[in-house]
Design a protein around this ligand. Structure first.
Ligand SMILES: [Zn+2]
Length: 352
């Protein structure tokens, strides 16, 4: 984790249908005055809604230019910062998936420009969080703590079109909070690490609500609302806590260890942490394990290491090296220091 702690929160959140059509109304309600907007998107998102956003803003005599974001790496941050410096917008809008939003969030914050996040998919909890994941020169994803978005607008009509795989990954990232929150409590109990009950409640409540909803139809408004609200709460939890800790415990350490030892990335972030959480929840004897397993089954979440092209030996190696990641965070991995045999037994138990 790089950067320093921020405690600001997004100023507004809008979730619902027809949100993009009503963009000007939303700006008015939340006093988002702007004269010049830079729209960051990719080829696809420009086509499926980016041009609409431009037209809607232009009708209000707001100047708009767009810039396509192809990657989320250090080089892209440098080039996007240069575009922001040149165009001098008073607002940056990120319209896209995780890559576009991560780049927009970090580049806008570094240039001290307001940023509004309009996700086209809800595949991880970066929507409203202060975290931006950017690949370094070795192609390893690095989490940067930065300023969260000024506002978040989620148009359910848009995210409904996202591939099912992305929504499942969003479920994995959200439900993994149940493992992360367990670890924070454990770290507090064993090592007197910092705890913030409000942040933990926020990180946990969205995940619990999703489990309790018994809504498994991923195209239904109820499912999409629950998932989106849960991921946004998760972002707020990180803002309040000041780090990603309430949403990133042993399961995220393992996923980062997989990124380091078996690059390039084996799956979407939410898939990796969602699968790793099944394993850490066995070690934790986590009360939510059965409910998470059932939810995964119902939505067809990929619950196999083979899905990530990893063998049990590979995963074992990733687990054994995971404690080198963010060693300051005490988790179940530091608590029981599992050896090969423990890892194999736990993997068997959840049939990974
Ligand atoms: Zn995550």
């Amino acid at each position: 984790m790089q950067g320093k702690t921020q405690t600001t929160l997004p100023q507004f959140i809008e979730i619902g249908t027809k949100k993009i059509k009503n963009l000007n109304g939303i700006f008015k309600n939340h006093n988002v005055a702007c004269k010049e907007v830079l729209l960051l998107c990719d080829d696809t998102t420009l086509r499926i809604g980016g041009h609409d956003i431009e037209l809607i803003l232009q009708k209000q005599n707001i100047g708009v230019s767009n810039h396509l974001v192809q990657n989320s790496d250090d080089g892209t941050i440098v080039s996007v910062r240069e575009v922001i410096r040149r165009n001098a917008p008073d607002l940056v809008i990120g319209f896209g998936g995780g890559k576009v939003l991560d780049v927009a969030k970090l580049a806008a914050a570094k240039n001290n420009t307001r940023f509004i996040s309009i996700p086209t998919t809800v595949s991880n909890d970066g929507l409203a969080s202060p975290v931006s994941v950017i690949k370094d020169s070795n192609n390893i994803p690095i989490s940067h703590i930065t300023r969260p978005p000024y506002g978040v607008i989620v148009d359910i009509d848009v995210v409904r079109q996202a591939p099912a795989r992305h929504l499942k990954a969003g479920v994995g990232d959200l439900l993994s909070n149940l493992s992360a929150v367990f670890d924070v409590r454990l770290g507090h109990e064993r090592k007197s690490e910092k705890i913030d009950t409000n942040a933990l409640d926020l990180a946990e409540v969205g995940a619990r609500r999703l489990l309790e909803s018994q809504q498994y139809d991923m195209s239904s408004a109820a499912f999409l609302q629950n998932l989106t609200q849960g991921l946004i709460k998760s972002g707020f939890a990180m803002c309040i806590f000041g780090t990603s800790r309430p949403a990133s415990g042993s399961e995220h350490k393992i996923s980062h260890s997989i990124d380091h030892h078996f690059p390039p990335s084996r799956g979407l972030h939410g898939e990796q942490v969602g699968i790793a959480a099944l394993f850490t929840m066995v070690l934790q004897k986590n009360w939510y394990l059965e409910a998470v397993k059932k939810f995964y089954e119902k939505i067809g979440f990929p619950c196999k290491l083979s899905y990530l092209n990893l063998s049990r030996d590979d995963f074992t190696e990733a687990v054994l090296n995971a404690t080198k990641i963010r060693p300051e965070r005490y988790t179940i991995l530091e608590d029981i220091t599992p050896i090969d045999e423990d890892i194999r037994r736990a993997l068997k138990k959840v049939n990974l």
